[in-house]
Design a protein around this ligand. Structure first.
Ligand SMILES: [Zn+2]
Length: 102
């Protein structure tokens, strides 16, 4: 069975078809990242690239670490891995749904 836009079964109780597309694309990005994303050395921050050294680190679900003291590192890393995943998916012909940048 194929679910098409506008069909009652395609409606999402939370936010509709566009939200479902956005969630599916976000899941696709994350799956690509988990399978193919860069693994940083445990001694290095995946956000800013500097050594963790004596700083506190936050270990992320993908196993990489970022500096804990600054929110910038985790934000930089999030932007970075999503951009890499989006570029790889684009090369495969998979682009984000309309209105979604990443
Ligand atoms: Zn950092």
């Amino acid at each position: 069975m194929r679910i098409q836009r506008g069909s009652p079964i395609g409606s999402c109780a939370v936010g509709g078809w566009q939200d479902a597309e956005a969630l599916a694309y976000a899941e696709l990005l994350y799956e690509w990242h988990l399978r193919h994303g860069r693994q940083w050395p445990q001694s290095q921050c995946a956000g800013c690239g500097e050594l963790i050294a004596d700083h506190r680190a936050l270990t992320l679900t993908d196993g990489n670490q970022v500096h804990f003291e600054s929110i910038d590192c985790v934000l930089l890393y999030g932007d970075s891995w999503r951009a890499a995943a989006a570029a790889a998916l684009h090369r495969l012909g998979l682009d984000p749904p309309p209105g979604i940048t990443r």
